[in-house]
Design a protein around this ligand. Structure first.
Ligand code: PMP
Length: 411
């Protein structure tokens, strides 16, 4: 298995020194949102303190400076994704908005009645509901790739679905927010393309946890959220292939996304500005660029190895507890996410019990109700790791789960 890494960045995260219920905080909900390193807090603060002006509007020096910082953030994030051209990187509020942008702008112009959109049973609601809306508006149909009993995507089923010849889009998560499994998205994109479909990858749980190379993946769209990769909330991105973005009509209308405006009609700016109407969250974009630099200074391979080591330690510990069940395949490439249950105990009670020890885990359906049905559970508890998670955090988590199982077994 992966050897232990010496990654020690916890001190860079001021929030992690606070207490939770009188205990040192053991933050195990990074998959919901990550904590922010000082470099990100300072970059955002410094934008507001010394560079703030509306971007892409003013001709005065301060406005140009703000615009340059915003566009430099775009270039930084594009390079992080190995995107060939920053003009194909659209800033959005997050993954949800990025997927809605494609579902509306591409979906409404490209989909016809009888066309098919393929998702998977594991998708987060934000990579499912926008496609339901697009299908409803166009007469397209939604199909879902099944999970195997071990929790893998059934690629045989994907091939069967693609054989209809009507599939126009395959939308799949890079990393599952429920199981932490890494999906073979490069292979899925190839299968989609061979069947004449496009492929959108929901990268919310992958970006910031492993190197992402949009050219190597070969997908057509890649969506991510800044707040899950140590950046601020309110900022995320959609990368798209140039010819697709250039052909797409706007998603929302407003200022700074147009070329000419008459009362009756307008012509639109080229991407990315066509898809960024209104005043963008420039300070947040600058904060996201600081998060990228923070991650690159560590190195994405170290980040990934660190999470793999934590995952192995946590899975080994949970497997030793007879009353604990974990979900999803083991022994393969997985991000630092574990869904589990304590037999006979509702995950909300598990999360409440753990919180008393300062251990914060998510409990519920993880915005993935079809995934819960496919796994045959009502809900799960979920622990998730980040760069700041330590082996001591994992051990505190394991002790708390053990105490919880013992408490409810004797209750
Ligand atoms: N997709 C996945 C796989 C996610 O985990 C999440 C966040 N939980 C989202 C999409 C939505 O991201 P956001 O709420 O930042 O838009």
């Amino acid at each position: 298995g992966p050897s232990w890494t010496d990654l020690d960045v916890r001190a860079d995260f001021p929030l992690l020194s606070r207490l939770e219920n009188g205990h040192p905080l053991v933050y195990l909900d990074t998959a919901a949102t990550s904590q922010k390193p000082r470099a990100v807090l300072e970059a955002t603060d410094s934008f507001f303190t010394v560079h703030n002006a509306n971007v892409h509007r003013g001709v005065y020096g301060l406005a140009q400076e703000a615009t340059e910082l915003y566009e430099a953030a775009r270039t930084t994030l594009a390079a992080f994704l190995n995107a060939p051209d920053p003009r194909n990187l659209v800033f959005t509020r997050g993954t949800t908005e990025a997927i809605n942008l494609v579902a509306h702008a591409w979906g409404r112009y490209a989909l016809r009645p009888g066309d098919e959109i393929v998702v998977t049973e594991l998708e987060h609601h934000s990579n499912l509901v926008p496609w339901q809306l697009a299908a409803g508006a166009t007469g397209a149909r939604l199909r879902a790739v099944r999970l195997t009993p071990e929790g893998r995507l059934d690629l045989g089923h994907l091939r069967e679905l693609l054989a209809s010849g009507r599939v126009r889009m395959v939308a799949v998560a890079h990393v599952s927010n429920v199981l932490g499994t890494v999906h073979p998205v490069a292979q899925i994109a190839r299968l989609a393309h061979a069947a004449g479909a496009l492929c959108l990858v929901d990268g919310a749980q992958a970006a910031g946890h492993r190197a992402v190379d949009v050219q190597a993946l070969g997908a057509d769209f890649y969506a991510l959220s800044g707040h899950k990769m140590y950046g601020p909330t309110g900022i995320g991105a959609l990368w798209g292939r140039a010819e697709l973005l250039e052909a797409m009509p706007p998603f929302m209308g407003g200022g700074e996304m147009i070329e000419t405006v008459e009362i009756g009609e307008s012509t639109f700016a080229p991407p990315p500005l066509r898809f960024e109407p209104g005043t963008p969250p420039a300070a947040q974009a600058v904060g996201l660029a600081a998060a990228v630099r923070f991650l690159e200074a560590i190195g994405l391979d170290r980040v990934r190895a660190h999470e793999a080591a934590l995952l192995e330690r946590a899975l080994r510990g949970l497997d030793a507890l007879p009353d604990v069940v974990t979900y999803g395949p083991q022994g393969e490439d997985r991000a630092g996410v574990i869904s589990f249950n304590v037999r006979g105990v509702h995950p909300h009670d598990v999360a409440t019990f753990l919180d008393e020890d300062g251990v914060t885990v998510r409990a519920g359906q993880h915005c993935a109700q079809p995934a819960m049905r496919a796994l045959g559970v009502d809900a799960t508890a979920r622990a998730s790791f980040g760069v700041y998670t330590t082996p001591e955090d994992v051990d505190a988590f394991l002790r708390a789960v053990e105490r919880c199982a013992a408490f409810f077994a004797s209750a």
